[in-house]
Design a protein around this ligand. Structure first.
Ligand SMILES: [Zn+2]
Length: 64
């Protein structure tokens, strides 16, 4: 079973590939907790706080 990964740069959660589909970073972790699903970043307070511009699933906390 594949462990979803979270990008260390933008916190995007993804399962396929070794590269973040949002920012292209190759540094990610499988140790993360909780997530938010951002539908409309431009209308979301959380996404503003987290600096998210692309809709999708994002990890709330990275533990390592
Ligand atoms: Zn990223």
């Amino acid at each position: 079973m594949k462990q979803p990964k979270a990008c260390r740069q933008c916190r995007k959660v993804f399962e396929e590939g070794d590269k973040c589909p949002v920012c292209g970073s190759t540094t990610f972790t499988t140790f993360w907790r909780g997530y938010v699903y951002i539908f409309k970043p431009e209308h979301s307070e959380i996404s503003k706080k987290m600096g998210i511009e692309t809709p999708g699933k994002y990890a709330l906390r990275l533990s390592r």
